[in-house]
Write a protein that binds this ligand. Structure first.
Ligand code: COA
Length: 682
């Protein structure tokens, strides 16, 4: 198709002597090839137009331009490319004004930086999120932000990918004016008054910055280097703003962008971008979420307090119900302390914290749940207790209120039945600590009403969480996989690896934390008590059970798979544990021999993949991408590898099949059908 003005995606409107270019490419005005071609063609014609005194660029709908079209990034980019559009803006004889009406992200912000003047609606968000997608800005973002905001701020923005509100962007110099009302109307009147002059960002002097400030920004950026090794290149490219003429720096930036966008990590992160959106969307659900004005949280322990914090800080009033005044008092303190810490670290401003707290009310009377549109229970994992609670909630909650459980292991269908109103019941499984962890599993039973699932998804979105839908089953998706992962790594230890070796291998693979450190952090006693309840701990005690019998519950008792001397948090290998492992292996007749790191990772991943195949095969997980979303957002699986299924899709199918076969044999596990996960296995 020849490049040319495409009426649909870039529209030209004449307002007196101003030309208004409206980018209209739903859903988010991404700069697809058609948009680039449309902009360029209009700019070329306007350059010759003596009547046109100013050009204004804006976006239709809620976004300005949310970036390049991420779907195009895996392929060679079609002409014309964005730098040509930006060159045309800079070369235009008229001043070009960006009227930023909404999200200006990535290539969208870079487009605005090619303009002579930027004005933003107060609700606009701006940022360069490329780093989170595995690459760096490629249309001059690194160099132009540095010229407007200085090197330290540019290093921060480019390497964190964080999003700025309009006012912060103005303070940094990235935006010239924030407009409370209609930003396009304001731009038009500014243009009509002839108040904007040509002022190309490329011609600006780099603002001075001390070497210390630059070094501090680099140190902060490098904290994420393990998860995102491409941060170093990003820093290097930003710094070119102080050493190279702009055109040379732009060429270097573009070359790094071109290389990184085709990297395996970028491919994995793009996969996650779309998988996360697909996970939170249920085709054919066709239901309008129920109104949500007040939430009641029953149980204010660690989990309940974390959830309450998340709700309060996103503007939802919460009634917290606890069994007695002492428990209510501690829950209150926990929530206040979470708010204080958020303020201290700059994540929350003091006024927002005060407001959040004012939305909290506490009570020991369960009857208070009658005020709520959603009742979320986060009491201890005890089926009898939860059955009783659901029966009471069924009586006390108002008609149409949603009753949600935070459980992942207990029988949600039984809870729903106990309530007497199963259509209103669902699971909302948050991860600990709930104020930080991103993942929420929205669980449903065969009786759950569609609008209850839709409400769960909407709530997760409002809280800024990543939602995945799961059919109710023991452990839902994440903990079911985690149980098999646990079995696999315990078997590795029995077979000859040491906990620290397993942790080192999986951390080298990219896991945020090795499994044994995670077990110690989470506490070993929960799994032990669950196994005691089923009799498993007595019949065939696992290594974890043995540690608990010895009073080693993990970090909280100063000893678990590791020891933690002097009340510290730093794990140390413990000869006592090694002796216990030896004894346990001997009892089982296992001859221990050392296991190479590669085999450790292969076996751990095989167990994860097999359970993933079982879950997708049984319809507990809806699609393979959901597994990747769960594992990367809830279990520290490296995002740069895209999740276990994406990772496996890049391996030889025969090798994966063989390792799964071996894993199932070793763990006596049922075999999942890999074709459910990966088309290449059919
Ligand atoms: N390229 C291609 N598609 C994109 C996109 C992009 N840059 N940004 C968003 N989309 C798509 C989403 O996949 C989704 O598609 P779907 O409806 O088919 O699932 C749709 O646009 C809406 O996105 P969603 O995130 O669900 O909408 P939102 O209103 O919650 O948020 C944004 C809007 C713009 C804030 C958000 O989409 C966003 O942050 N996008 C990413 C921006 C980015 O990283 N840009 C840099 C690219 S280099």
């Amino acid at each position: 198709m020849p490049a040319g003005p495409t009426k649909e995606v870039v529209r030209l409107e004449r307002w007196g002597r101003a030309a208004l270019l409206v980018i209209d490419n739903p859903p988010v005005n991404a700069t697809s090839r058609e948009v680039r071609a449309g902009l360029l063609a209009h700019l070329e014609l306007l350059a010759e137009d003596r009547e046109c005194a100013a050009i204004i660029v804006t976006g239709a709908g809620k976004s300005f331009v949310a970036g390049a079209d991420i779907r195009e990034f895996g392929r060679p980019l079609a002409e014309p490319q964005s730098p040509a559009v930006i060159r045309a803006m800079e070369a235009a004889p008229q001043p070009v004004i960006a009227a930023i009406n909404g999200a200006a992200l990535g290539g969208g912000l870079e487009l605005a930086l090619g303009c002579d003047y930027r004005m933003a609606a107060a609700c606009a968000v701006l940022g360069l999120p490329e780093i989170t997608l595995g690459f760096i800005p490629g249309n001059g973002g690194t160099q132009r932000v540095a010229r407007l905001a200085g090197l330290p701020a540019a290093i921060d923005l480019v390497t964190s990918g964080r999003r700025l509100g309009a006012e912060e962007a103005r303070q940094l110099g990235i935006v010239d004016k924030v407009v409370a009302g209609d930003v396009v109307a304001d731009a038009l009147s500014l243009a009509a008054r002839g108040e904007v002059r040509k002022r190309r960002v490329r011609d600006l002097e780099l603002p001075p910055a001390s070497a210390e400030a630059v070094a501090a920004a680099e140190t902060a950026a490098r904290r994420k280097l393990t998860a995102m090794p491409w941060i170093d290149e990003a820093i290097e490219v930003v710094r070119l703003a102080s050493t190279l003429p702009i055109d040379e720096a732009l060429a270097r930036e573009r070359a790094v962008f071109e290389r990184l966008r085709l990297s395996a990590s970028a491919l994995a992160l793009r996969h996650l971008f779309f998988a996360e959106r697909a996970a939170a969307k249920v085709e054919g659900l066709g239901a309008v979420p129920r109104p949500l004005r007040r939430v009641a949280v029953v149980g204010g322990g660690l989990m309940g307090s974390g959830i309450t914090y998340a709700l309060l800080t996103k503007g939802l009033p919460v009634t917290l119900v606890e069994r007695d005044d002492a428990a209510l008092g501690s829950a209150h303190q926990r929530i206040e302390s979470l708010l204080r810490r958020a303020v201290a670290s700059g994540r929350l401003d003091p006024a927002a914290s005060t407001e959040a707290l004012s939305r909290l009310s506490g009570t020991t009377a369960l009857e208070a749940v009658a005020e709520a549109d959603l009742v979320l229970e986060a009491v201890v994992e005890d089926l009898a207790l939860k059955l009783e609670l659901f029966a009471a909630l069924g009586r006390l909650a108002r008609d149409g209120a949603i009753l949600a459980s935070n459980t992942s292991y207990l029988d949600l269908e039984a809870l729903a039945r106990a309530s007497g109103r199963p259509a209103d019941c669902c699971g909302l499984h948050f991860f600990s600590p709930a104020h930080i962890q991103k993942l929420v599993e929205v669980a449903h039973t065969p009786s759950t009403a569609n609008d209850v699932v839709a409400s769960g998804l909407q709530l997760a979105r409002r809280l800024g969480k990543t939602a995945v839908v799961a059919r109710s089953a023991p452990g839902l998706i994440g903990n079911a996989i985690f149980a098999d992962y646990r079995a696999a790594v315990e078997a590795l230890v029995l077979d000859g690896a040491l906990p620290a070796e397993v942790d080192a291998a999986l951390e080298a693979f990219g896991f945020a934390m090795g499994p044994f450190r995670v077990f110690d952090l989470a506490g070993l006693d929960i799994a032990w008590r669950a196994r005691q309840a089923t009799g498993a701990a007595e019949k065939a005690p696992s290594l974890g059970d043995r540690l608990c019998e010895a009073g080693r519950f993990g970090l909280k008792t100063g000893a678990g798979w590791y020891r933690y001397p002097d009340g510290g948090r730093q794990p140390e290998p413990d000869p006592e544990v090694h002796a216990l492992i030896e004894r346990h292996a001997e009892e089982k007749g296992i001859e221990r021999r050392s296991i190479p790191a590669e085999a450790i990772t292969r076996r751990a991943l095989a167990a994860i993949l097999n359970r993933a195949a079982l879950l997708v095969g049984a319809g507990i997980a809806r699609q393979a991408g959901d597994i990747d979303v769960v594992m990367t957002s809830g279990y520290g699986f490296p995002r740069a590898k895209g999740g276990p299924v994406h990772w496996a899709s890049r391996q030889t199918p025969a090798a994966i099949a063989a390792s799964i076969e071996a894993s199932c044999a070793r763990l006596s596990a049922p075999r999942g059908d890999l074709a459910a996960l990966l088309p290449s296995f059919t």
